[in-house]
Design a protein around this ligand. Structure first.
Ligand code: URP
Ligand code: ZN
Ligand code: ZN
Ligand code: ZN
Length: 484
Protein backbone atom coordinates (compact mmCIF):
# COMPACT_ATOMS: atom_id res chain seq x y z
CA UNK A 1 0.00 0.00 0.00
CA UNK A 2 1.69 3.24 -1.16
CA UNK A 3 0.65 6.80 -0.34
CA UNK A 4 1.41 9.87 -2.43
CA UNK A 5 1.29 13.43 -1.15
CA UNK A 6 0.42 15.39 -4.31
CA UNK A 7 0.47 19.00 -5.49
CA UNK A 8 2.31 20.46 -2.50
CA UNK A 9 5.44 22.54 -2.11
CA UNK A 10 8.21 20.77 -0.19
CA UNK A 11 9.87 22.98 2.43
CA UNK A 12 13.01 21.70 4.15
CA UNK A 13 15.66 23.46 6.22
CA UNK A 14 17.44 24.50 3.03
CA UNK A 15 15.12 24.09 0.01
CA UNK A 16 11.65 25.07 -1.21
CA UNK A 17 10.39 23.28 -4.35
CA UNK A 18 7.33 21.68 -5.91
CA UNK A 19 7.25 17.86 -5.97
CA UNK A 20 5.13 14.91 -4.88
CA UNK A 21 6.25 12.53 -2.12
CA UNK A 22 5.70 8.77 -2.30
CA UNK A 23 5.62 6.68 0.87
CA UNK A 24 5.92 2.93 1.27
CA UNK A 25 6.46 0.89 4.44
CA UNK A 26 6.59 4.03 6.60
CA UNK A 27 9.46 5.57 4.63
CA UNK A 28 9.82 8.13 1.85
CA UNK A 29 10.63 6.14 -1.30
CA UNK A 30 10.42 8.75 -4.08
CA UNK A 31 10.31 12.54 -4.49
CA UNK A 32 9.40 13.74 -8.00
CA UNK A 33 6.66 15.45 -9.99
CA UNK A 34 3.53 13.54 -11.07
CA UNK A 35 3.77 10.49 -8.81
CA UNK A 36 0.90 8.09 -8.24
CA UNK A 37 0.12 5.50 -5.58
CA UNK A 38 -2.66 3.50 -3.92
CA UNK A 39 -3.75 6.41 -1.72
CA UNK A 40 -3.50 10.14 -2.52
CA UNK A 41 -3.32 13.01 -0.03
CA UNK A 42 -3.99 16.37 -1.63
CA UNK A 43 -1.50 19.04 -0.59
CA UNK A 44 -2.68 21.82 -2.95
CA UNK A 45 -1.87 25.20 -1.40
CA UNK A 46 0.15 23.48 1.36
CA UNK A 47 3.76 23.08 2.41
CA UNK A 48 5.09 19.54 2.87
CA UNK A 49 7.57 19.66 5.76
CA UNK A 50 9.36 17.28 8.14
CA UNK A 51 7.13 16.67 11.15
CA UNK A 52 8.14 18.63 14.23
CA UNK A 53 10.46 17.12 16.82
CA UNK A 54 9.96 18.36 20.38
CA UNK A 55 13.13 17.47 22.28
CA UNK A 56 11.85 18.59 25.67
CA UNK A 57 8.73 17.02 27.21
CA UNK A 58 7.77 15.69 30.64
CA UNK A 59 4.92 13.22 30.18
CA UNK A 60 3.53 11.60 33.34
CA UNK A 61 6.50 12.99 35.24
CA UNK A 62 6.70 12.59 39.00
CA UNK A 63 7.45 16.10 40.23
CA UNK A 64 6.82 18.27 43.29
CA UNK A 65 4.59 15.70 44.96
CA UNK A 66 2.42 14.89 41.95
CA UNK A 67 2.55 13.67 38.32
CA UNK A 68 2.27 15.86 35.22
CA UNK A 69 -1.17 15.19 33.77
CA UNK A 70 -0.45 14.46 30.12
CA UNK A 71 0.79 10.92 29.67
CA UNK A 72 2.37 9.39 26.56
CA UNK A 73 -1.08 8.83 25.03
CA UNK A 74 -2.64 12.30 25.44
CA UNK A 75 0.72 14.05 25.10
CA UNK A 76 1.63 12.47 21.77
CA UNK A 77 -1.96 12.92 20.53
CA UNK A 78 -1.59 16.64 21.30
CA UNK A 79 1.81 16.63 19.58
CA UNK A 80 0.48 15.06 16.36
CA UNK A 81 -2.53 17.34 16.32
CA UNK A 82 -0.15 20.30 16.14
CA UNK A 83 2.22 18.79 13.53
CA UNK A 84 4.83 17.32 15.90
CA UNK A 85 5.75 13.71 15.07
CA UNK A 86 8.42 12.90 17.64
CA UNK A 87 9.01 13.80 21.29
CA UNK A 88 12.04 13.31 23.50
CA UNK A 89 11.13 12.85 27.16
CA UNK A 90 13.33 12.80 30.26
CA UNK A 91 13.88 9.62 32.28
CA UNK A 92 14.46 10.93 35.80
CA UNK A 93 16.07 8.68 38.41
CA UNK A 94 15.30 9.80 41.96
CA UNK A 95 18.55 10.68 43.76
CA UNK A 96 20.08 7.31 44.73
CA UNK A 97 18.08 5.39 42.12
CA UNK A 98 19.69 3.32 39.35
CA UNK A 99 19.56 4.91 35.89
CA UNK A 100 18.53 1.56 34.40
CA UNK A 101 15.68 1.19 36.85
CA UNK A 102 14.42 4.69 35.98
CA UNK A 103 14.64 3.85 32.29
CA UNK A 104 12.47 0.75 32.80
CA UNK A 105 9.82 2.98 34.42
CA UNK A 106 9.85 5.32 31.40
CA UNK A 107 9.83 2.38 28.96
CA UNK A 108 6.64 1.16 30.62
CA UNK A 109 4.90 4.53 30.34
CA UNK A 110 5.84 5.06 26.70
CA UNK A 111 4.15 1.93 25.35
CA UNK A 112 1.02 4.06 24.81
CA UNK A 113 2.74 6.64 22.55
CA UNK A 114 0.98 7.59 19.30
CA UNK A 115 4.18 8.84 17.66
CA UNK A 116 7.87 8.01 17.84
CA UNK A 117 9.82 9.04 20.88
CA UNK A 118 13.19 8.87 22.55
CA UNK A 119 14.58 9.60 26.02
CA UNK A 120 17.20 11.78 27.61
CA UNK A 121 18.62 10.31 30.85
CA UNK A 122 18.95 12.63 33.84
CA UNK A 123 21.96 12.58 36.17
CA UNK A 124 20.45 13.62 39.51
CA UNK A 125 23.21 12.25 41.77
CA UNK A 126 26.75 10.98 41.37
CA UNK A 127 28.52 7.74 42.29
CA UNK A 128 30.57 4.90 40.82
CA UNK A 129 27.27 3.22 39.93
CA UNK A 130 26.08 6.23 37.91
CA UNK A 131 29.48 6.43 36.19
CA UNK A 132 29.20 2.76 35.14
CA UNK A 133 25.53 2.84 34.19
CA UNK A 134 26.06 5.82 31.88
CA UNK A 135 28.00 3.52 29.57
CA UNK A 136 25.18 0.95 29.47
CA UNK A 137 22.66 3.73 28.83
CA UNK A 138 24.70 4.95 25.85
CA UNK A 139 25.93 1.64 24.38
CA UNK A 140 23.02 -0.71 25.05
CA UNK A 141 20.01 1.54 25.49
CA UNK A 142 20.51 3.98 22.59
CA UNK A 143 20.49 7.20 24.61
CA UNK A 144 23.21 9.77 23.87
CA UNK A 145 22.09 12.71 26.05
CA UNK A 146 22.30 13.30 29.82
CA UNK A 147 20.34 16.05 31.57
CA UNK A 148 21.64 18.00 34.58
CA UNK A 149 19.55 20.27 36.79
CA UNK A 150 21.42 23.20 38.34
CA UNK A 151 18.12 24.14 40.06
CA UNK A 152 15.59 22.31 42.29
CA UNK A 153 17.84 22.23 45.33
CA UNK A 154 17.22 19.26 47.59
CA UNK A 155 15.52 17.34 44.78
CA UNK A 156 17.03 17.00 41.28
CA UNK A 157 19.89 19.50 41.58
CA UNK A 158 23.54 18.51 41.09
CA UNK A 159 26.47 20.69 42.06
CA UNK A 160 29.52 21.73 40.06
CA UNK A 161 31.81 18.80 40.91
CA UNK A 162 29.07 16.30 40.09
CA UNK A 163 28.39 18.08 36.83
CA UNK A 164 32.08 18.19 35.93
CA UNK A 165 32.42 14.45 36.64
CA UNK A 166 29.36 13.66 34.55
CA UNK A 167 30.42 15.96 31.67
CA UNK A 168 33.84 14.25 31.56
CA UNK A 169 32.05 10.92 31.37
CA UNK A 170 29.88 12.30 28.53
CA UNK A 171 33.07 13.33 26.71
CA UNK A 172 34.48 9.77 27.06
CA UNK A 173 31.25 8.20 25.83
CA UNK A 174 30.60 10.66 22.99
CA UNK A 175 27.38 11.81 24.66
CA UNK A 176 25.89 15.30 24.93
CA UNK A 177 25.12 16.88 28.32
CA UNK A 178 21.96 18.97 28.65
CA UNK A 179 21.58 21.58 31.36
CA UNK A 180 18.73 23.31 33.17
CA UNK A 181 20.72 26.45 33.98
CA UNK A 182 19.55 28.39 37.03
CA UNK A 183 21.59 28.98 40.19
CA UNK A 184 19.66 26.65 42.53
CA UNK A 185 21.33 27.89 45.72
CA UNK A 186 20.40 31.51 45.05
CA UNK A 187 16.86 30.57 43.98
CA UNK A 188 16.34 28.56 47.20
CA UNK A 189 17.58 31.42 49.40
CA UNK A 190 15.58 34.07 47.56
CA UNK A 191 12.43 31.93 47.71
CA UNK A 192 12.76 31.49 51.48
CA UNK A 193 13.33 35.25 51.93
CA UNK A 194 10.34 36.19 49.76
CA UNK A 195 8.10 33.78 51.66
CA UNK A 196 9.32 35.10 55.03
CA UNK A 197 8.43 38.62 53.85
CA UNK A 198 4.88 37.50 53.04
CA UNK A 199 5.42 37.37 49.28
CA UNK A 200 3.64 34.05 48.80
CA UNK A 201 1.73 34.49 45.49
CA UNK A 202 2.65 33.04 42.08
CA UNK A 203 4.35 36.31 41.04
CA UNK A 204 6.99 35.63 43.72
CA UNK A 205 8.05 32.55 41.71
CA UNK A 206 9.27 34.99 39.02
CA UNK A 207 10.86 37.33 41.61
CA UNK A 208 12.83 34.37 43.00
CA UNK A 209 14.60 33.55 39.72
CA UNK A 210 15.55 36.67 37.73
CA UNK A 211 17.42 36.56 34.46
CA UNK A 212 20.84 37.05 36.13
CA UNK A 213 20.35 33.75 37.99
CA UNK A 214 19.93 31.99 34.66
CA UNK A 215 22.76 33.90 32.99
CA UNK A 216 25.26 33.00 35.72
CA UNK A 217 24.36 29.30 35.60
CA UNK A 218 24.53 29.23 31.81
CA UNK A 219 28.04 30.71 31.90
CA UNK A 220 29.06 28.18 34.55
CA UNK A 221 27.67 25.21 32.61
CA UNK A 222 29.48 26.36 29.47
CA UNK A 223 32.77 26.73 31.38
CA UNK A 224 32.40 23.24 32.88
CA UNK A 225 31.69 21.75 29.44
CA UNK A 226 34.71 23.54 28.02
CA UNK A 227 36.92 22.11 30.79
CA UNK A 228 35.48 18.63 30.20
CA UNK A 229 35.92 18.92 26.43
CA UNK A 230 32.33 18.18 25.49
CA UNK A 231 29.57 20.08 23.71
CA UNK A 232 26.66 21.35 25.84
CA UNK A 233 22.96 22.00 25.19
CA UNK A 234 21.19 24.58 27.35
CA UNK A 235 17.49 23.76 27.70
CA UNK A 236 14.75 26.41 27.99
CA UNK A 237 16.99 29.43 27.31
CA UNK A 238 14.68 32.26 28.34
CA UNK A 239 16.68 35.49 28.58
CA UNK A 240 19.31 37.72 27.02
CA UNK A 241 21.86 36.90 29.77
CA UNK A 242 21.76 33.18 28.94
CA UNK A 243 21.61 33.84 25.20
CA UNK A 244 24.57 36.21 25.52
CA UNK A 245 26.60 33.49 27.26
CA UNK A 246 25.76 31.02 24.47
CA UNK A 247 26.49 33.56 21.73
CA UNK A 248 29.84 34.47 23.26
CA UNK A 249 30.86 30.82 23.67
CA UNK A 250 29.92 30.02 20.08
CA UNK A 251 31.91 33.02 18.84
CA UNK A 252 34.89 31.54 20.68
CA UNK A 253 34.41 28.26 18.77
CA UNK A 254 32.64 26.26 21.48
CA UNK A 255 29.90 23.81 20.57
CA UNK A 256 27.06 25.21 22.64
CA UNK A 257 23.38 24.94 21.73
CA UNK A 258 20.43 26.97 23.04
CA UNK A 259 16.76 26.00 23.14
CA UNK A 260 14.13 28.72 23.62
CA UNK A 261 10.57 27.56 24.32
CA UNK A 262 7.52 28.72 22.41
CA UNK A 263 6.10 29.96 25.73
CA UNK A 264 9.06 32.29 26.39
CA UNK A 265 8.92 33.56 22.79
CA UNK A 266 5.26 34.55 22.95
CA UNK A 267 4.16 35.06 26.60
CA UNK A 268 5.67 37.60 28.98
CA UNK A 269 6.05 38.35 32.67
CA UNK A 270 2.85 40.45 32.82
CA UNK A 271 0.97 37.11 33.11
CA UNK A 272 2.13 36.90 36.74
CA UNK A 273 0.48 40.23 37.65
CA UNK A 274 -2.94 38.91 36.68
CA UNK A 275 -5.30 39.42 39.66
CA UNK A 276 -6.66 35.89 39.15
CA UNK A 277 -4.46 33.51 41.26
CA UNK A 278 -5.24 30.55 39.00
CA UNK A 279 -4.28 32.48 35.86
CA UNK A 280 -0.87 33.38 37.28
CA UNK A 281 -0.21 29.97 38.89
CA UNK A 282 -1.02 28.12 35.66
CA UNK A 283 1.90 29.98 34.09
CA UNK A 284 4.42 29.17 36.83
CA UNK A 285 7.36 27.43 35.25
CA UNK A 286 11.15 27.57 35.52
CA UNK A 287 12.60 29.75 34.17
CA UNK A 288 9.62 32.12 34.40
CA UNK A 289 8.25 34.24 31.57
CA UNK A 290 10.39 37.34 30.93
CA UNK A 291 10.04 40.87 29.50
CA UNK A 292 9.60 41.82 25.83
CA UNK A 293 13.32 42.70 25.59
CA UNK A 294 14.25 39.12 26.44
CA UNK A 295 11.75 37.85 23.88
CA UNK A 296 13.34 40.06 21.20
CA UNK A 297 16.74 38.58 22.08
CA UNK A 298 15.42 35.01 21.67
CA UNK A 299 13.81 35.76 18.30
CA UNK A 300 17.03 37.39 17.13
CA UNK A 301 18.97 34.29 18.23
CA UNK A 302 16.73 32.02 16.15
CA UNK A 303 17.06 34.23 13.07
CA UNK A 304 20.83 34.61 13.38
CA UNK A 305 21.56 31.00 14.34
CA UNK A 306 22.96 31.60 17.83
CA UNK A 307 19.91 29.66 19.16
CA UNK A 308 19.01 26.48 17.31
CA UNK A 309 15.87 24.79 18.58
CA UNK A 310 12.32 25.72 19.68
CA UNK A 311 10.85 23.27 22.20
CA UNK A 312 7.98 23.29 24.74
CA UNK A 313 9.18 21.68 27.99
CA UNK A 314 5.60 20.35 27.98
CA UNK A 315 4.86 19.61 31.62
CA UNK A 316 1.13 20.05 32.13
CA UNK A 317 -0.51 20.33 35.54
CA UNK A 318 -4.24 20.83 36.12
CA UNK A 319 -5.62 23.83 38.02
CA UNK A 320 -6.27 21.54 40.99
CA UNK A 321 -2.60 20.52 40.99
CA UNK A 322 -1.44 24.14 40.71
CA UNK A 323 -3.55 24.93 43.80
CA UNK A 324 -1.19 22.80 45.94
CA UNK A 325 0.70 26.11 46.12
CA UNK A 326 -2.04 28.41 47.48
CA UNK A 327 -0.35 30.38 50.26
CA UNK A 328 3.16 29.16 49.28
CA UNK A 329 4.36 29.71 45.70
CA UNK A 330 7.22 27.21 46.17
CA UNK A 331 4.63 24.40 46.22
CA UNK A 332 3.05 25.32 42.87
CA UNK A 333 4.10 22.49 40.50
CA UNK A 334 6.44 24.07 37.93
CA UNK A 335 5.49 23.55 34.32
CA UNK A 336 3.31 24.58 31.39
CA UNK A 337 1.89 22.85 28.30
CA UNK A 338 2.51 23.69 24.65
CA UNK A 339 2.98 20.48 22.61
CA UNK A 340 -0.09 21.06 20.44
CA UNK A 341 0.56 24.77 19.98
CA UNK A 342 4.33 25.02 19.36
CA UNK A 343 4.22 24.74 15.55
CA UNK A 344 1.11 26.92 14.92
CA UNK A 345 2.27 29.58 17.42
CA UNK A 346 5.79 29.67 15.95
CA UNK A 347 4.46 29.84 12.39
CA UNK A 348 2.00 32.62 13.34
CA UNK A 349 4.45 34.72 15.36
CA UNK A 350 7.58 33.76 13.41
CA UNK A 351 6.87 33.08 9.72
CA UNK A 352 3.73 35.22 9.36
CA UNK A 353 5.51 38.22 10.90
CA UNK A 354 8.70 37.82 8.84
CA UNK A 355 10.85 37.06 11.88
CA UNK A 356 11.66 33.61 10.43
CA UNK A 357 11.72 32.16 6.92
CA UNK A 358 9.83 28.93 6.27
CA UNK A 359 13.18 27.14 5.97
CA UNK A 360 14.31 28.53 9.32
CA UNK A 361 11.00 27.34 10.78
CA UNK A 362 11.78 23.78 9.63
CA UNK A 363 15.33 24.08 10.93
CA UNK A 364 14.33 25.15 14.45
CA UNK A 365 11.32 22.84 14.83
CA UNK A 366 12.88 19.70 13.38
CA UNK A 367 16.10 19.48 11.37
CA UNK A 368 18.55 21.16 13.76
CA UNK A 369 17.56 18.99 16.71
CA UNK A 370 17.60 15.85 14.54
CA UNK A 371 21.24 16.66 13.73
CA UNK A 372 22.14 17.53 17.34
CA UNK A 373 20.58 14.28 18.61
CA UNK A 374 22.19 12.22 15.80
CA UNK A 375 18.96 10.96 14.21
CA UNK A 376 19.23 12.91 10.95
CA UNK A 377 18.16 12.09 8.22
CA UNK A 378 15.96 9.29 9.62
CA UNK A 379 14.09 12.16 11.28
CA UNK A 380 13.98 15.86 10.41
CA UNK A 381 14.24 15.39 6.63
CA UNK A 382 12.18 15.06 3.47
CA UNK A 383 14.60 12.75 1.68
CA UNK A 384 14.35 9.29 0.11
CA UNK A 385 14.99 6.77 2.90
CA UNK A 386 13.82 9.06 5.71
CA UNK A 387 10.94 8.06 7.97
CA UNK A 388 7.67 9.44 6.60
CA UNK A 389 7.10 11.71 9.60
CA UNK A 390 5.54 14.52 7.61
CA UNK A 391 3.27 17.48 8.19
CA UNK A 392 1.21 18.84 5.30
CA UNK A 393 0.96 22.42 6.46
CA UNK A 394 -1.93 24.65 5.40
CA UNK A 395 -0.76 28.26 5.80
CA UNK A 396 -4.33 29.56 5.47
CA UNK A 397 -6.06 27.39 8.11
CA UNK A 398 -6.85 29.33 11.29
CA UNK A 399 -8.21 28.61 14.73
CA UNK A 400 -8.51 30.23 18.11
CA UNK A 401 -6.66 28.19 20.74
CA UNK A 402 -9.02 26.90 23.41
CA UNK A 403 -8.80 24.32 26.17
CA UNK A 404 -12.27 23.16 25.08
CA UNK A 405 -10.94 21.78 21.79
CA UNK A 406 -7.37 20.80 22.77
CA UNK A 407 -6.03 17.24 23.04
CA UNK A 408 -4.06 17.87 26.23
CA UNK A 409 -5.70 16.42 29.34
CA UNK A 410 -5.58 19.61 31.42
CA UNK A 411 -8.41 22.11 31.98
CA UNK A 412 -6.79 25.28 30.56
CA UNK A 413 -4.30 26.42 27.96
CA UNK A 414 -1.67 29.10 28.52
CA UNK A 415 -2.32 30.32 24.94
CA UNK A 416 -6.12 30.46 25.47
CA UNK A 417 -7.83 32.90 23.06
CA UNK A 418 -4.82 33.37 20.76
CA UNK A 419 -5.60 33.12 17.05
CA UNK A 420 -3.17 31.07 14.95
CA UNK A 421 -2.95 30.93 11.15
CA UNK A 422 -1.01 27.95 9.82
CA UNK A 423 -2.12 24.47 10.88
CA UNK A 424 -1.69 20.88 9.74
CA UNK A 425 -3.96 19.58 7.02
CA UNK A 426 -2.43 16.14 7.55
CA UNK A 427 0.11 14.84 10.07
CA UNK A 428 1.73 11.50 9.20
CA UNK A 429 3.68 9.34 11.59
CA UNK A 430 5.83 6.81 9.70
CA UNK A 431 3.43 7.06 6.76
CA UNK A 432 0.22 6.65 8.77
CA UNK A 433 -2.20 9.58 8.72
CA UNK A 434 -2.78 10.48 12.38
CA UNK A 435 -4.42 13.86 11.86
CA UNK A 436 -6.67 15.01 9.03
CA UNK A 437 -7.57 18.64 9.77
CA UNK A 438 -9.67 18.44 12.97
CA UNK A 439 -10.17 14.67 12.77
CA UNK A 440 -7.99 12.63 15.14
CA UNK A 441 -6.97 9.23 13.79
CA UNK A 442 -4.11 8.46 16.17
CA UNK A 443 -3.30 4.86 17.10
CA UNK A 444 -2.31 4.23 20.68
CA UNK A 445 0.94 2.25 20.80
CA UNK A 446 1.96 3.09 17.21
CA UNK A 447 4.96 5.07 18.48
CA UNK A 448 8.37 3.39 18.51
CA UNK A 449 11.49 4.15 20.51
CA UNK A 450 14.16 5.86 18.40
CA UNK A 451 17.73 4.77 19.23
CA UNK A 452 20.33 7.50 19.13
CA UNK A 453 23.96 6.51 18.64
CA UNK A 454 26.83 8.30 20.42
CA UNK A 455 30.09 9.73 19.07
CA UNK A 456 28.74 12.35 16.69
CA UNK A 457 30.96 14.29 14.29
CA UNK A 458 30.97 17.14 16.83
CA UNK A 459 32.01 14.96 19.77
CA UNK A 460 34.75 13.32 17.64
CA UNK A 461 36.11 16.72 16.60
CA UNK A 462 36.08 17.93 20.20
CA UNK A 463 37.91 14.88 21.55
CA UNK A 464 40.56 15.22 18.81
CA UNK A 465 41.05 18.90 19.72
CA UNK A 466 41.13 18.05 23.43
CA UNK A 467 43.84 15.43 22.83
CA UNK A 468 45.96 17.85 20.77
CA UNK A 469 45.68 20.67 23.33
CA UNK A 470 45.80 18.63 26.55
CA UNK A 471 48.35 19.74 29.22
CA UNK A 472 51.70 18.05 28.68
CA UNK A 473 54.57 17.88 31.11
CA UNK A 474 57.63 19.80 29.92
CA UNK A 475 60.61 17.41 29.91
CA UNK A 476 63.71 19.22 31.24
CA UNK A 477 67.34 18.28 31.62
CA UNK A 478 69.41 19.81 34.37
CA UNK A 479 66.68 20.28 37.02
CA UNK A 480 68.18 22.35 39.87
CA UNK A 481 68.53 20.78 43.32
CA UNK A 482 65.66 21.44 45.73
CA UNK A 483 66.16 24.79 47.48
CA UNK A 484 66.58 24.84 51.25
O1 URP B 1 9.01 24.46 35.14
C1 URP B 1 9.45 23.55 34.47
N1 URP B 1 10.28 23.85 33.49
N2 URP B 1 9.05 22.27 34.71
C2 URP B 1 9.53 21.10 34.14
C3 URP B 1 10.84 20.64 34.71
C4 URP B 1 11.98 21.42 34.14
O2 URP B 1 12.62 22.18 34.84
O3 URP B 1 12.27 21.32 32.93
ZN1 ZN C 1 29.83 18.29 45.56
ZN1 ZN D 1 14.16 22.55 33.43
ZN1 ZN E 1 11.97 20.42 31.38
Amino acid sequence: MTTVIKNGTIVTADLTYKADVKIDGGKIVEIAPNLSGDETLDASGCYVMPGGIDPHTHLEMPFMGTYSSDDFESGTRAALSGGTTMVVDFALPAPGQSLLEALTMWDNKSTRANCDYSFHMAVTWWSEQVFKEMETIVRDKGINTFKHFMAYKGALMVDDDEMFASFQRCAELGALPLVHAENGDVVASMSAKLLAEGNNGPEAHAYSRPAEVEGEATNRAIMIADMAGCPVYIVHTSCEQAHEAIRRARAKGMRVYGEPLIQHLTLDESEYSNPDWDHAARRVMSPPFRSKQHQDSLWAGLASGSLQVVATDHCAFTTAQKRFGVGDFTKIPNGTGGLEDRMPMLWTHGVNTGRLTMNEFVAVTSTNIAKILNIYPKKGAILVGADADIVVWDPNRSKVISSKTQQSAIDYNVFEGKEVTGLPRYTLTRGVVAIEESTIKTREGHGEFVRREPVTAVSKALSTWKEITSPRKVERSGIPATGV
